[in-house]
Design a protein around this ligand. Structure first.
Ligand code: PEP
Length: 254
């Protein structure tokens, strides 16, 4: 099964609108008139989406993502942004269930599942994040944690909708720490996640779904990680904040 890798830049709470203009113009000048054997996605903060859309919205080789969205359509939800609103900014993907949303903002598997389903209802493509903490790994709970996150987070999702979902396996202990999972650790976890998808949705769906690795991916480790058979691209935080570094990861990993 040939799966097209997908490289997504998660800027988190970095790069405001004016810096987005600089990044987008610089990145565009580097990728223009080139083709990559990978999908490229950039997830700016909400307030930078308009500027990103203005410069990159019509560039077919780059897609925009949001870093979160509401499970609700509209109404009295102060501070929230709906999927419909995001679509006005050429947003095609949405990162859901990031470990920072889970740990800092208390998002549960149930809430994340509601967001995944709402995103699909609106034809947005979720980048659905899962991953264990260091304590959970040390306690031998890796498989239990991933099983719960996958089964709860993808509950009620149809096989058709699954085709437009990307899973990001991100061991929490590797996010923003500079510590990367070894290729063996990452491959083992990815193969396990794929087996969970097979249990829930069947072998065909499991063979097709793209599973990104996230956690301190850099230009220097991208090739080794991406060479693993069950790793289909990366979700990149820190190393995606600079256009050349993000591009180097894509070039080295794709
Ligand atoms: C992330 O934010 O999803 C991430 C993987 O961050 P970093 O690359 O900085 O570890």
């Amino acid at each position: 099964m040939i799966r097209k890798p997908i490289f997504a830049a998660n800027w988190k709470m970095n790069i405001g609108p004016s810096e987005t203009e600089d990044f987008a113009k610089s990145f565009l000048s580097k990728v223009q008139n080139r083709t990559f054997p990978a999908d490229i996605v950039i997830a700016p903060p909400f307030v930078s989406l308009a500027k990103a859309a203005e410069i990159l919205g019509n560039v077919s080789s780059i897609a925009l993502a949001a870093q979160n969205c509401s499970q609700y359509d509209s109404g009295a939800y102060t501070g929230e942004i709906s999927g419909m609103m995001l679509k006005e900014f050429f947003v095609h993907y949405v990162i859901l269930g990031h470990s920072e949303r889970r740990a800092i903002f208390g998002e549960t598997d149930e809430v994340i599942n509601a967001k995944v389903r709402k995103a699909r209802e609106l034809n947005l493509k979720p980048i659905f994040c899962i991953g264990e903490t260091l304590d959970e790994r040390k306690a031998g709970q890796l498989e239990k944690v991933l099983r719960t996150q996958v089964s709860q987070g993808l509950k009620g999702v149809t096989e058709r909708d699954l085709q437009d979902i990307v899973i990001a396996y991100e061991p929490v202990w590797a996010i923003g720490t500079g510590v990367t999972a070894t290729a063996e650790q990452a491959q083992e976890a990815h193969a396990f996640v794929r087996s969970l998808v097979a249990e829930q949705f069947g072998n065909d769906a499991a063979a097709k779904i793209r599973i990104q690795y996230g956690g301190s991916v850099k230009p220097g480790n991208a090739a080794e990680l991406m060479a693993c058979p069950d790793i289909d691209g990366a979700l990149i935080g820190g190393a995606s904040l600079e256009p050349q570094s993000f591009l180097d990861i894509i070039q080295n990993g794709a």
